[in-house]
Ligand binder design. Structure first.
Ligand code: G6P
Ligand code: MN
Length: 445
């Protein structure tokens, strides 16, 4: 089985490889091909993987290339984890937004739109190449903004592209744990868009245990989302939102905290990772140790401003190991070996949410088998949540339209319609600011 990783020089590739190293079963991945535009990053990551594989007799063979078609040919699975414009681009997404007093987060608000506008054309090009060179491959998209990018790719690949994110899994795991249940045995009633979903129920042996959690302020305040959103607000909602909804429900505080931070998240990661990749240029550097140190620091500081705003304190030790590689591996196993399972994934809506059309990519529990991912039936969202989902999906559609037409006016419309952008004039200035700093937006005329 051949797995191709696009963005193969990326920092999180060793997480995926580590998960593969633990899989010894029949039908496992035996070949990994890393593709990246940057050969230095490829060699840095290859060094880390070689150290990870030391002593593992059946470790998947690793090769690297900067040629996309060569990487894709013969692939059974393609993981797409690219970052158009790099972390410098992410830092610019934040900076330009903050200058206008709006949020520049990687996936939410103006920052997510800017990142989407420069990523969609590249992701669509990749999807076209996959359709041509590896038409039977399954594409697993990690590239953020994951829902939007998955939808862009699905226009070329249909249901053979599936988007993943670890935040709903982490949320379900935390809720199950505070309820004293085994996360593997809990049925999580979750739906929305990527980074915009709500847990409305959690059934253990057929019984919904969420009301018990919502009724108990001590229990509710004891885990990440309880601390982030506050118990009163969770009780008012009657649901547990994805952590990224903090940027909506506490937008003013989030913008303020981001503006006051010494460095935004993108700038912090840009500098941190530059240190790692520089270190890898030294032939004597201990690659795996350096990578692991950098990873641990990244995980410990995840969403630090949001937690600080809410007075939530440090992350729980149990929450530190993200698990996104576990979702990717579980999905691949279910498809490759027809090992039926349920996973929360980004797939086309079909008739799941009646407020959206069939092609809209949503985030929802899916039954996965050799035929792919099939969304399960869920209850409708309450109006406040449906409203947000529809607004944000409309914005995503404007981003897709702008990428297709190259129209600057459509890009302005995307920003202006976003609930976290508070004036059409702001939207116009955002497009000016972003096109001035991002070469990847030169197509907007
Ligand atoms: C979570 C999100 C991902 C994001 C990751 C890392 O897992 O669901 O979409 O890529 O965190 O965030 P960071 O701020 O460290 O890049
Ligand atoms: Mn995510």
């Amino acid at each position: 089985m051949k797995l191709t990783i696009l963005g193969g020089g990326g920092f999180r590739v060793p997480l995926v490889y580590g998960a593969l190293l633990g899989d010894h079963a029949e039908g496992r991945v035996t070949r990994v091909v890393l593709h990246d535009l940057d050969a230095d990053r490829l060699s840095a990551v290859t060094r880390v993987l070689a150290e990870q594989a030391a002593g593992v007799s059946d470790a998947p063979e690793v090769s690297a290339t900067t040629d996309l078609d060569e990487a894709l040919t013969g692939a059974d699975f393609v993981f797409s984890a690219i970052r158009v414009g790099g972390l410098e681009g992410r830092a610019n997404d934040e900076r330009v937004a903050l200058a206008e007093g709006v949020l520049g987060q990687e996936t939410v608000g103006a920052g997510g739109i800017a990142y989407g506008l420069r990523t969609v054309p590249v992701a669509e090009n990749i999807a076209r190449r996959v359709a041509r060179v590896a038409p039977d491959a399954w594409v697993i998209n990690f590239t953020n903004p994951a829902g939007l990018v998955t939808e862009a790719m699905s226009r070329h690949l249909g249901d053979r592209v599936i988007g993943i994110c670890d935040s709903p899994v982490g949320l379900g795991r935390r809720i199950a744990r505070v309820l004293g249940a085994n996360p593997g045995e809990a049925w999580i009633d979750y739906v929305g868009l990527n980074h915009l979903g709500w847990v409305r129920g959690l059934r253990i042996n057929g019984r919904d245990e969420l009301p018990r959690l919502l009724a108990d302020p001590d229990l509710l305040g004891s885990f990440e989302e309880g601390k982030l959103f506050g118990t009163d607000w969770l009780q008012s909602l009657g649901a547990i939102p994805n952590e990224y909804l903090h940027y909506y429900y506490f937008n003013r505080e989030a913008v303020r905290a981001y503006s006051q931070a010494e460095k935004t998240r993108g700038a912090f990661l840009r500098d941190q990772q530059a240190g790692f990749y520089d270190e890898m240029k030294r032939p004597d550097a201990a690659a795996l140790t350096a990578w692991d140190r950098t990873r641990a620091e990244r995980e410990a500081t995840y969403m630090a401003e949001a937690r600080e705003t809410a007075g939530a304190g440090e992350r729980d030790a149990d929450d530190l190991s993200g698990g996104y590689e576990k979702v990717a591996l579980a999905l691949m196993r279910a498809i490759a070996r027809d090992e039926r399972t349920t996973l929360i994934l980004n797939v086309r809506n079909r008739r799941t949410l009646s407020v959206l059309d069939a092609e809209a990519v949503i985030e929802v529990p899916c039954l996965v088998d050799a035929n792919g991912a099939h969304p399960v039936t869920v209850d409708p969202l309450p109006d406040h949540a449906s409203g947000l989902v529809c607004s944000v999906k409309a914005v995503e559609r404007e981003v897709l339209a702008a990428a297709e037409s190259g129209s600057r006016a459509t890009a302005v419309k995307a920003f202006a319609l976003h609930p976290l952008v508070d004036s059409v004039n702001v939207a116009r200035r955002l497009v000016d600011g972003y096109t001035a700093v991002h070469p990847g937006l030169a197509y907007l005329k």
